[in-house]
Design a protein around this ligand. Structure first.
Ligand SMILES: *[C@@H]1O[C@H](CO)[C@@H](O)[C@H](O)[C@H]1NC(C)=O
Ligand SMILES: *[C@@H]1O[C@H](CO)[C@@H](O)[C@H](O)[C@H]1NC(C)=O
Ligand SMILES: *[C@@H]1O[C@H](CO)[C@@H](O)[C@H](O)[C@H]1NC(C)=O
Ligand SMILES: *[C@@H]1O[C@H](CO)[C@@H](O)[C@H](O)[C@H]1NC(C)=O
Ligand SMILES: *[C@@H]1O[C@H](CO)[C@@H](O)[C@H](O)[C@H]1NC(C)=O
Ligand SMILES: *[C@@H]1O[C@H](CO)[C@@H](O)[C@H](O)[C@H]1NC(C)=O
Ligand SMILES: *[C@@H]1O[C@H](CO)[C@@H](O)[C@H](O)[C@H]1NC(C)=O
Ligand SMILES: *[C@@H]1O[C@H](CO)[C@@H](O)[C@H](O)[C@H]1NC(C)=O
Ligand SMILES: *[C@@H]1O[C@H](CO)[C@@H](O)[C@H](O)[C@H]1NC(C)=O
Length: 805
């Protein structure tokens, strides 16, 4: 008997375990006169194939909202992905609340106190029914099939495929990650018919996408189509009546679940996942530079980028944070604001801006003049001082310091007004300038976000991939490596536990790569950092495998660096597929580029004018992305034709970026000049004259590469060693030669004709050529501050092209 009991118990337990999840029970339809109760967990409407469910969703302590969520893959209700809510701002009690479909055709949501919290306000004489369909739409229809009401017409923060965003609807973000109430970010069609993102906060409201400084047409948007309609189709193509069109990275796969959500961090993201996966992956996002999103950092604070968390806020010198847990309160002055005007002075913040709130603006002012203006203006908190394209500086005194950001790419400075007494008392440096990473100087290192513990001989690494650069809140791709090390580094048995990435990023074993490259047989390139071999991966993809020379750093560091490089995703950057770290071996696996490098193609007839222009533009875009658009800024430091690879369509992809970090730092620092990254002929004067290295070194090298593409002349020919300034002068040959030609001639065409590569046989577009040469000369200026940024170069070349065509 006892035995029987226990086996009975066992079978009860078993049946409990095997019991299908709650969501699979319940209703497909609700008919007139019936209701769903918050107290019965089985009161859920499920779509015919189970993809979506509708029911009461817990949103807080004993608080519920009527919601629709993804129910495939099966999930525990509280962490299912919600796509719609009826009463996000007015949750109902966990007892006695009900959603009822009245016989009159109205759907009402009542809470414990019998209050009507929400209703569809519909009426019908014929019988009605409520159901959720497989697209996630909650439909109220009558017996003739007429739709009286549908949830697709009143979205919350998510747009599903085939759901229209119209002039009457908007997406509004959640308040916080775990608070489903209406937040401050909004996606909507404005009065100009343009789809925009708006920060609509408690005390300010401002549009931040498309960039508020761009006119619609510059952002590629049309203001003319007043139909105001946007939708994602079932294959992942988003199109809007203002001409905004984009595709999901996994475009074409109709079985993939997708949702376009305005996230709590103000970014608009398209998420995708396969039905069997629980993790959503970002397959498109509106904003790649999260600091351009307004509202995160409140008044007087500055947004900056931090490698591990994405963006972070900070207070400038003289200000302190108001509320450490909520940066939207911003910073407040630490000093006495009532001191006399004459008692103020300024501290200087480089590469920073506060957007908007200008008291006025003045052109062609010296710094002293601008300071004087701000001192005389009582409510001036500081000023923006910015080089103007026309050759002088502009001064913008600020009445409020809002929408602040500090990014290396921004070439303007902020001067903050502080009492002299305060500045001298604290005698501190102003807010720490953001530094960039380059191998020459050892002092700058990015913070790392991997955790390391050495317990029981197990080394755990968790590398977080905040996929295509976005995830501040949502970490969409998670990489977890469990590395079991038996005895130190010698004997690492790497066990690939759980590796998940949209791009198929993978850890390879040394043997796999040895086999893939047939014992490193076919060498396709050799450079300062290593040798590259062609290989075929087990899955049939052709790859370029780079074997690093002097990489004798620890495995942990290597993995962290690989993680960083792996995060950089851009169509004009070479894509990394994986890596190998085993004993002393350090290898990187890249996509293989059919047409090799620009260097190999420069003397080929294949490279016609169109291709050269496209290469110049693509390279600029890739570098601009490295410099400012990704979360961790990376300087390339070795831009030259061998590092610009060409795909089958001759689109350029910059390679070899980020590698500086993979080499042993100490060695590099002590190594001879020839080992320093950068290649003679392409190196900016800063390297030789030992001046600080900024992203402008890449701009310089880029300019030289463009001149080489235009003239067909290599800047390195005949140069053996460059140790002295005199020898350095020789490098300027090609630059000077072009400049001389320009000076000698007074008509544009004639000198252009003289410098252009004869291989082009005169087949080029005069105006575009002029733009290209101008841009290149602009880039190779001695004074690094006079050079444009890579994104400015990109804009210039891009717009020329668009205006032409
Ligand atoms: C969500 O935020 C709103 C606004 O701040 C607040 O009123 C509400 O109580 C919050 N809800 C929860 C569940 O914390
Ligand atoms: C769902 O919630 C449970 C319990 O809170 C948690 O253990 C689990 O990790 C969550 N699942 C996901 C996918 O977030
Ligand atoms: C459910 O139906 C939707 C719409 O037809 C379809 O996209 C999805 O793949 C289906 N899911 C399953 C599990 O059948
Ligand atoms: C996406 O939709 C737009 C507008 O309907 C269309 O012009 C474009 O060709 C579509 N793209 C694809 C790849 O289907
Ligand atoms: C306006 O946009 C709608 C929806 O995208 C499109 O169907 C229509 O053709 C457009 N009208 C014009 C005049 O371009
Ligand atoms: C800081 O902000 C949090 C969240 O809004 C709030 O709960 C807390 O009371 C605030 N603290 C102070 C000191 O204002
Ligand atoms: C400002 O300066 C004037 C003259 O220098 C002085 O009389 C006045 O007291 C000062 N005010 C404050 C608030 O220090
Ligand atoms: C700027 O001002 C200076 C002195 O006032 C003047 O000499 C110069 O021509 C001005 N430059 C421009 C571009 O207006
Ligand atoms: C490295 O950078 C630091 C801080 O910017 C600077 O003080 C130092 O002189 C630099 N070293 C070299 C070798 O350039």
């Amino acid at each position: 008997m006892k035995l029987h009991m226990s086996s009975l118990c066992f079978s009860v337990v078993l049946s409990l375990i095997l019991l299908p999840p709650l969501s699979s029970a319940t209703y497909q339809k609700l008919s007139g006169g019936s209701s769903l109760s918050v107290e019965n967990p089985r009161d859920i409407l499920v779509s015919p194939n189970g993809t979506f469910s509708a029911g009461f969703f817990p949103v807080g302590d004993n608080a519920y909202a009527f919601a629709i969520w993804f129910s495939k893959p099966t999930c525990v209700v509280h962490n299912c992905t919600v796509v719609w809510m009826a009463n996000r701002d007015q949750p109902v009690n966990g007892r006695r609340s009900k959603l009822s479909l009245l016989g009159t055709g109205n759907v009402i949501l009542t809470d414990a106190a019998q209050l009507n919290v929400w209703a569809t306000d519909t009426a019908s004489l014929s019988p009605v029914q409520l159901q959720v369909n497989d697209y996630g739409n909650l439909l109220l229809s009558n017996s003739q099939g007429t739709i009286l009401w549908q949830s697709f017409d009143s979205p919350t923060d998510t747009l599903l495929p085939l759901q229209s965003l119209t002039r009457y609807t908007a997406l509004v973000s959640k308040r916080r990650k775990a608070n489903y109430s209406s937040g401050f970010y909004k996606l909507f069609f404005d009065d100009d018919n343009v789809l925009r993102l708006l920060f609509d906060g408690p005390d300010i409201s401002s549009v931040y996408w498309p960039g508020s400084w761009l006119v619609s047409w510059e952002a590629g948007r049309s203001t003319y189509n007043s139909s105001r309609n946007a939708m994602i189709d079932s294959l992942g193509n988003f199109s809007s009546s203002d001409d905004l069109i984009f595709r999901s990275a996994d475009y074409g796969a109709s079985w993939i679940q997708r949702r376009l959500t305005i996230d709590v961090d103000g970014n608009l993201r398209l998420y995708s996942r396969e039905e069997r996966d629980e993790t959503w992956v970002v397959s498109w996002q509106a904003i790649s530079q999260p600091c351009t999103i307004h509202g995160l950092c409140g008044e007087n604070s500055l947004c900056g980028y931090a490698p591990s968390t994405g963006r972070k806020c900070s207070c400038p010198e003289g200000y302190k944070v108001k509320n450490q847990t909520d940066w939207s309160y911003g910073c407040e002055p630490e000093f006495d604001v009532s001191v006399n005007a004459s008692e103020f002075s300024f501290i200087h913040l480089r590469n920073a801006e506060f957007y908007g709130y200008d008291i006025s603006s003045f052109n062609n002012k010296t710094l002293k003049e601008c300071e004087a203006i701000c001192l005389q203006t009582v409510n001036c908190k500081g000023f923006q001082y910015k080089f103007n394209g026309n050759g002088f500086y502009s001064c913008f005194p600020k009445g409020q310091l809002r929408n602040g950001q500090q990014t290396p790419g921004f070439d303007g400075d902020i001067y903050i007004k502080l009492p002299k007494a305060y500045i001298s008392y604290n005698n501190k440096k102003p807010f720490k300038a953001i530094s960039l990473d380059c191998p020459r100087n050892d002092t700058i290192m990015l913070e790392r976000s991997y955790a390391k513990s050495l317990e029981n001989g197990i080394v755990k690494f968790m590398l977080w991939f905040a996929s295509a650069l976005g995830g501040v809140e949502i970490i969409s791709i998670i990489l977890v490596w469990w590395l079991t090390s038996a005895s130190q580094e010698k004997n690492i048995v790497a066990q690939q536990g759980y590796l998940l990435a949209a791009a198929g990023f993978k850890r390879f074993t040394y043997d796999e790569l040895k086999e893939a490259t047939q014992n490193f047989n076919e060498e396709i390139g050799r450079g300062g950092v290593g040798t590259v071999y062609k290989g075929m991966l087990p899955d049939g993809r052709v790859a370029a495998v780079k074997r690093l020379n002097e990489a004798n750093q620890g495995e942990a560091e290597f993995l962290a660096e690989v993680n960083t490089i792996g995060k950089l995703n851009h169509m004009n950057l070479i894509e990394m597929w994986g890596f190998c770290a085993e004993k002393k071996h350090r290898l990187l696996v890249y996509e293989y580029m059919e047409h090799g490098s620009l260097a190999e193609n420069l003397s080929s007839r294949e490279l016609d004018w169109q291709k050269r222009y496209a290469i110049a533009l693509g390279t600029a875009k890739g570098l601009a992305y490295l410099h400012d658009e990704c979360l961790e800024w990376v300087l390339h430091c070795d831009v030259k034709p061998p590092n610009i690879l060409l795909d089958s369509g001759y689109q350029p992809k910059v390679s070899d970026f980020g590698l500086s970090k993979l080499l042993d730092r100490g060695k590099l620092y002590n190594s001879s000049f020839s080992k320093i990254r950068g290649t003679r002929g392409y190196m900016a004067p800063e390297w030789v004259f030992n001046r600080p290295i900024t992203s402008k070194v890449d701009v310089y090298s880029y300019g030289i590469v463009v001149l080489e593409m235009v003239t067909g002349l290599s800047p390195t020919k005949g140069i053996q060693f460059v140790h002295s300034i005199a020898e350095r002068e020789m490098e300027y040959r090609s630059v000077n030669w072009v400049k001389e030609k320009k000076k000698e001639s007074n008509s544009m065409e004639s000198w252009i004709t003289e410098i252009v590569d004869p291989m082009l046989e005169g087949n080029y577009d005069d105006q575009k050529m002029e733009t290209l040469v101008e841009v290149a000369l602009h880039c190779v200026q001695e004074d690094r501050d006079a050079r444009p940024t890579m994104s400015q170069v990109g804009e210039r070349l891009l717009h020329h092209r668009e205006n032409e065509n």
